[in-house]
Design a protein. Sequence first.
Length: 182
Amino acid sequence: MYNSPYIPNYSNGYNQQINNIPQTNNYDEYIKYLDKEKERVEKSKEQYINRYQQQPTSINQTFQLAPNNANGIKHINSIEDVEKELTVVETAFVTNDYTQLFIKNAKGEIRTFVMEEIVPKDEKDKIIEQLRLENEELKGMISNESTNTTNDEQGNTTIDKPTKTKTTSNVSVSRTSKAKSK
């Protein structure tokens, strides 16, 4: 009845291990036996872990639901490229020569900006620019003075000129010649 193929036979495993226990009163032999058994159990445990316990695999799959604007600005050639581009959020577009900036929102509205590079100036550059502005100011003042002076001279010459009559005082006004009688 115990040798039925449907009932496991425990006599092969556990009972044999019990029979392998040394029947000795020697303490050292018994400790060596237990150490060997401990090593055997550890090895079987490692084999079981390696065989049946699989390491979880990490899933490295990304789902892109919306356009990814990692850098924030897209480079384009013209405004036609902006009109063709689909945007879900406000997206900035800049021309390749960095002269124009376009911002397109999700509705498709496009705002256009003109860009100008601002070069940081050191103290020498600031002084040079200030002197140039003063120079231009002085040139403007000089040109204003010359136009005002020319206008004043033209106006004053006509007003300030005295009117003189050319008559000589030494010459008499009376006629010297007499009419001939007949």
